[in-house]
Design a binder for this molecule. Sequence first.
Ligand code: PMT
Length: 408
Amino acid sequence: MGVSRVLLIVGGGIAAYKASELIRLFRKGGHEVTPVLTAGGAHFVTPMTLAALAESPVYTSLWDLKDESEMGHIQLSRAADIVLVCPATADLLAKMAAGVADDLATTLLLATDKPVIVAPAMNVRMWLHPATQRNLARLKADGITVIEPDDGAMACGEFGPGRLAEPTEIARFIEQSFPLVSGEIATPLLSGPLAGTHILVTAGPTHEPIDPVRVIANRSSGKQGFAIAAAAAEAGARVTLIAGPVALPTPGGVARIDVETAEQMAAAVEAALPADVAILVAAVADWKVASSPVKLKKGDGPPTLSFAPNPDILATLAKSPERPRLLIGFAAETNDLVANATAKRAAKGADWIVANDVSGDVMGGNHNEVHLITTTGDEAWEAGTKQAVARRLIARIIEALNAKTQLA
Ligand code: PMT
């Protein structure tokens, strides 16, 4: 696997200055960047800045290409491994959706045979406008990857979605997603103690349908699992978060897969392998219901539900040929916390169990107090926010991965 080549198209918008930071990150990761500056982009950054950071010529006009007679724009569009448009303005997205090719950038975008990724940035009203959303839907249907903009205060003074995702998030997203497309980006773009590791996290409850409108659920909010996914991403890991039905935003730099039932969660976990570390925080229903295809009627009297066991994701993973190097489960107990969690660690074949007493408001709340049960014993951690527990767990994981013998 070689160093990847990024063709970076810089559109016109106040966020264009962030393209410089992105080039710096790509170069730091050892990647080649060829910038293409649109006429609009040139109002915000100079070709000189981009050329200096990229250590590459900057292309601005279709007619500048010296070897245009030999179809230079086609070669330029294909010499790259990926084409990234950042920032992608509403105008550029509209032209891409319509297949317009009236300048160098749009011609390259039409001529390329490589994956195209867009990072939009624009005023909140422009972002929410049906025309922009229609264009985005068109582009997604055409196979173009969209890095959603952030919510927040904008340069124009308004607030909402439309602000360019942070360059570190864009770089991280590409690092995580691009190997799925072609496997050609070899060098991690971001550093951190977990750079180069893949961490799988499950979070939230599962919903087991009773009929088309009713489910059996539990009170898990997903907060603890999402905090762990966020802390792992902050430490530089590639993170896959498999989430049951929860109302939480996706942490930055995390690839999220939404599921509903335990069976769907089991299938998503299997599909996400291999992983270096798996942290199963989800409160998975142990039982599924023989669901009625039609809504149960009150007049028919109290229903008799018939249950069947769900797959045990943790126990299955422990026996899998693709077992992660470090397999961590959680135990939600209401009595005999340490004894039950210790027995659960052995029964399910996990390396570690994080045990928490859920007789209070741990499920759904913002705080947690846990014991870490390992092969060598039990550590009581002081109570704290779910973020603090997450950071401490990630710190322990880093320690363990560095001292591989502890995992034996
Ligand atoms: O989501 P929050 O509101 O933040 O709350 C966090 C939490 C309390 C849900 C979390 O900290 C927690 O304790 N998660 C585990 C809940 C649970 O289902 O515990 P358990 O003891 O039933 O399961 C033990 C382990 O086996 C868990 O890692 C669980 O993910 C896993 N399991 C369970 C059943 C099943 N069919 N498959 C599994 O993989």
